[in-house]
Design a protein around this ligand. Sequence first.
Ligand SMILES: Nc1ncnc2c1ncn2[C@@H]1O[C@H](COP(=O)(O)OP(=O)(O)OP(=O)(O)O)[C@@H](O)[C@H]1O
Ligand SMILES: [Mg+2]
Length: 474
Amino acid sequence: VKLSWKINLALISLLVVSLGIQARMRLDRELALFEREMRQDQHVMGRSLRHAVEDEWQDSGPDAALAMVERLDAREEGVRIRYVEHGAAGARAPELESALPLLQPGGDLSRIEPDERDGPGWMYTYVHLDLPGAEAAAPMLEIRESLAAQRAYVRATSLRIAEWLGVTLAGTTVVVMLLMRWLVGRPVAALAAHARRVGAGDFGSRVGFDTGDELGQLARELDQMAGGLAAAQQALRIEQQAREEAIEQLRHADRLASVGRLAAGIAHELGTPLNVAMARAQMIEAWEVDDEADARVNASSIAEQCGRMVVIIRQLLDFARPRRLEVGTEDLRAIASDALELVAPLGRRRGVSLTLADGPPVFARVDRGQVQQVLLNLLSNAIAASPPGGTVTASVAGAERDGARIAVHDQGSVAAEHLPRVFEPFFTTKDVGEGTGLGLSVSHGIVREHGGSIEVRSPPGAGTTFEVHLPPGG
Ligand SMILES: Nc1ncnc2c1ncn2[C@@H]1O[C@H](COP(=O)(O)OP(=O)(O)OP(=O)(O)O)[C@@H](O)[C@H]1O
Ligand SMILES: [Mg+2]
């Protein structure tokens, strides 16, 4: 865990600083102790030597005393002893000169001198000698001891401290890492795995531990969050289901309404001719006719009504039966031109002029007869809706990528409440016998089978436009 390393690093830095300071203080203390002991040793030695030399000087004279000093010097291993006279040549430690007058008879003084060649240095102790006849020269004993032992001691102690520091730090690292893994690594891994599961949509998953600390609190919050998400998801699912059911009900109702309207339309369309035909047939049956000629008139009326019913039924079949398209590459402009020609007499009768907007041929893969049927329906509707002296404009446009577009525009208008219903089978505003209301629904079916769409626009005061869109290719 990276976090463990960070905490470990912080802790180790802290430890290094505090333990370093402590070690340094300990080393200084031990050094001072070592020095004090060394100095004491030299003082004790100096005092005993002083008595010996003073006695010898008094008993056997200066030469014997100096010879004794030389003997003593040779005897002590690591300790050099000399007779010096203050101010005399060869006396060491000229720095001591200022302190020498303070040196009382019987007193002593010591100091540490660094070595000239970067050696460990020396500790000197001067002992004042009380010799008769030598007062003016201030005779002293010089005891000199190498500090090599001290240096070795310092080195050994430093090494020991470093070892101890290393072991302490290594131990701390191990303990911290183990603790972090146990207290942080494991729960965090569990939390991450849990978050992954929740992210993947498993809201039923629980973290499954409670350490009672901040991570435990986080785990509890996560569990609560997952619970909340699960509830929200459940609510959403129920709502979605309700919505789907509502939509299905609406669709069902809509289907029923459509079937109802279709049935009403059929009943209405067939009802009138059937009534007429039945009445005539009953008249003939009861011989309520004047003569045979009258009977024949009635019979032909029956035949006429039956013919009308046959037409209606054929139209109905056209609407209901799946048509088989006979598709070929056709020029839509040519089809429109033919259709315009076919409805021209109707236009003339109504005083409505027909135009086809100029343009290049537009080729599309369509069933020629079917598309012509659509155009005939749209054009005859437009003529019927046009005011006297009005103009019906057809236009054909096409683009390789966008497909083809056929539009029929007239100067009439569709009532806003009729607009959504014009494509319904049997929806008509025309009088009985003038329209069955199947033209647009049949057209709609044909266009749909071509993979296209048909729409109507009738903004107030701007006429009505029916637009057929055929997809590219085909
Ligand atoms: N160009 C138009 N302008 C205004 N109203 C229109 C137009 N085209 C269609 N309509 C309205 O839509 C109704 C349905 O048209 P549709 O062609 O389906 O049936 P229809 O023309 O009434 O009868 P038919 O079955 O003989 O075509 C029409 O009765 C008319 O009210
Ligand atoms: Mg029509």
